[in-house]
Design a protein around this ligand. Structure first.
Ligand code: CA
Length: 516
């Protein structure tokens, strides 16, 4: 008896110790927000952190149904998109204060919404004090003394000189300083590349990560990982492995999702780093696998691809979590390339939101916002209402397109057939069947080629069926791979819902059924 009690107490202790950080569930649907374009809480024309906080109920479990938010960069930056950072431990005043950020974190915590911060490690701003200090030091001769009289200025001793790549020789992708030196900047002169093999910088990066994780952020979206070491995949993976391992020591539940904007074979090579997720670029956008399947009525091909992809990434990292999406802040918005056809938009949403892993919704996608061409068009203000401009920020200065939505968020929430309501409905279905997020997925060879049939084996067995073809598909329920399963949820992207009796499930075109 005593031994049992002791064991129980030990078990409870373990559970208690785990509950704070390791119990965080990494499987979530995320929502990407460009803060400056989301909601303006104080009427100055700029979206802000308080605005995000005020809209959490519309996003969270009681609203749209996302479990996490990825904020595009919130750190001080001279640019509107803020991907060139001047201080990695602060909030850009245009978005608010650190107190506002802390309030947003607390509000997320109350709603079980995980908050991801965008961490831009490939480069800093050319206005970052590190870079300014290094550039100034390179203008003067090294002191030649030990110890150095002025480490802040002496180029041989100023640690920031090692934070970047400097050379006296010009090269492609390098930019000149007035003092005759050159520096690497793959994204342009205002974004000098950081030297990620520098030990002092690495310590600084860990300290920055610790700063945000200790506040309570769930993890980071890692910008431009393929550029870290000049597109050298082995070196990039080595850096990511180091980062993952170092973080795990202090923050074992921190979630990392990397932007490796490249082909499938290369993305697969990043998964052994231990980074949880990499965005599934080959499935995304106008020319990706999801849209190709829905537009071409090739459901079975997509099911086979989805199953093969999970097998590939789990072979590289057993804990790999796919991150499917339709488009993001760098891509043409999906409503545009789907010609604003509501059934197409709904069907693509049902397909990708019911794929394994962590789907990422780009803000405004769920109401059919458009935007293409220059980047500013893809980051337009969220249309909260078509008739009331309250809280709608100003568009980025160089945008040359405008939104022409007949219905914004408010109107679409009130319309049972709206795209917003369809996203909500689909996320409710996903939440009812958690195996879709984490289960082992296989493609079922049933129905016609228009049927995307995926079986998820986790705590239970769940089958997700999409008919993306042009004709009705009838499936036996009393025998074959669906025998013993019950139809739990049905969705329609067009006119008709699936119907079923004890023996047959009938799926009209553009419908979804979930069985378990
Ligand atoms: Ca504002």
């Amino acid at each position: 008896m005593k031994r049992t009690a002791l064991l129980l107490a030990l078990l409870m202790l373990c559970a208690g110790a785990a509950s704070s950080e390791t119990a965080f569930d990494k499987h979530r649907v995320y929502y990407e927000i460009f803060v400056g374009g989301f909601y303006d809480s104080d009427g100055d024309g700029m979206g802000d952190l308080n605005g995000v906080r005020q809209k959490l109920d519309i996003l969270g479990p009681e609203g749209l149904g996302v479990g996490g938010v990825w904020l595009m960069p919130v750190m001080p930056s001279p640019s509107y998109h803020k991907y060139d950072v001047t201080d990695y431990r602060a909030i850009d005043p245009a978005y608010g204060t650190m107190a506002d950020f802390d309030a947003l974190l607390a509000a997320c915590g109350e709603r079980d919404i995980a908050l991801l911060v965008d961490l831009v490690l490939n480069h800093s701003s050319s206005e970052h004090p590190w870079f300014l200090s290094a550039a100034r030091s390179l203008s003067i001769p090294p002191c030649g003394q030990e110890p150095c009289a002025d480490a802040a200025l002496c180029p041989a001793h100023n640690p920031y000189c090692g934070y970047y790549h400097f050379s006296k020789t010009p090269a492609s992708g390098w930019h000149s300083l007035p003092n005759g030196w050159y520096y690497q900047g793959a994204f342009g002169p205002h974004m000098p590349d950081l030297n990620l093999s520098n030990e002092a910088l690495r310590a600084e990066i860990l300290s920055v990560a610790d700063f945000w994780l200790s506040k309570g952020v769930a993890g980071f979206r890692l910008d431009a990982v393929i550029e870290y070491e000049n597109r050298n995949t082995a070196q990039n993976v080595a850096f990511l492995s180091w980062f993952r391992t170092e973080l795990a020591a202090r923050h074992p539940s921190a979630y990392l999702v990397g932007e490796a904007w490249t082909d499938a074979a290369t993305i697969a090579r990043y998964y052994p780093s231990g980074v949880d997720s990499f965005f599934n670029f080959p499935f995304s956008q106008n020319d990706g696998a999801i849209v190709a399947a829905v537009r071409g009525g090739k459901g079975r091909a997509l099911a086979e691809k989805a199953a093969a992809w999970q097998a590939t990434i789990r072979a590289a990292n057993p804990d790999a979590i796919d991150a499917p999406f339709l488009s993001n802040h760098d891509n043409a918005r999906s409503a545009g390339f789907l010609a604003r056809k509501l059934p197409l938009m709904k069907m693509c949403a049902a397909v990708y939101l019911l794929l394994p892993g962590n789907p990422f919704i780009y803000y405004g996608e769920e109401i059919g916002m458009t935007g293409s061409g220059r980047d500013e068009n893809k980051r337009q203000p969220m249309v909260w209402s078509a008739g009331d401009s309250t809280g709608i920020p100003n568009p980025p200065a160089d945008a040359d397109q405008t939104q022409s939505l007949a219905a914004g968020v408010a109107e679409q929430i009130g319309d049972p057939d709206s795209l917003w309501r369809f996203y909500q409905q689909t996320l409710r279905v996903r939440a009812r069947h958690p195996e879709i997020a984490y289960g082992a997925v296989t493609a079922l060879p049933i129905g016609e080629s228009g049927l995307c049939a995926l079986r998820f084996d986790g705590g239970g067995t769940v089958v997700v069926l999409h008919n993306v073809g042009k004709t009705e598909i009838r499936l036996p329920l009393a025998e074959g791979p669906l025998a013993g399963l019950t139809v739990m949820d049905c969705l329609r992207a067009d006119a008709a819902l699936p119907t079923f009796d004890k023996t047959t499930l009938t799926m009209p075109p553009m419908t979804t059924a979930v069985l378990r």
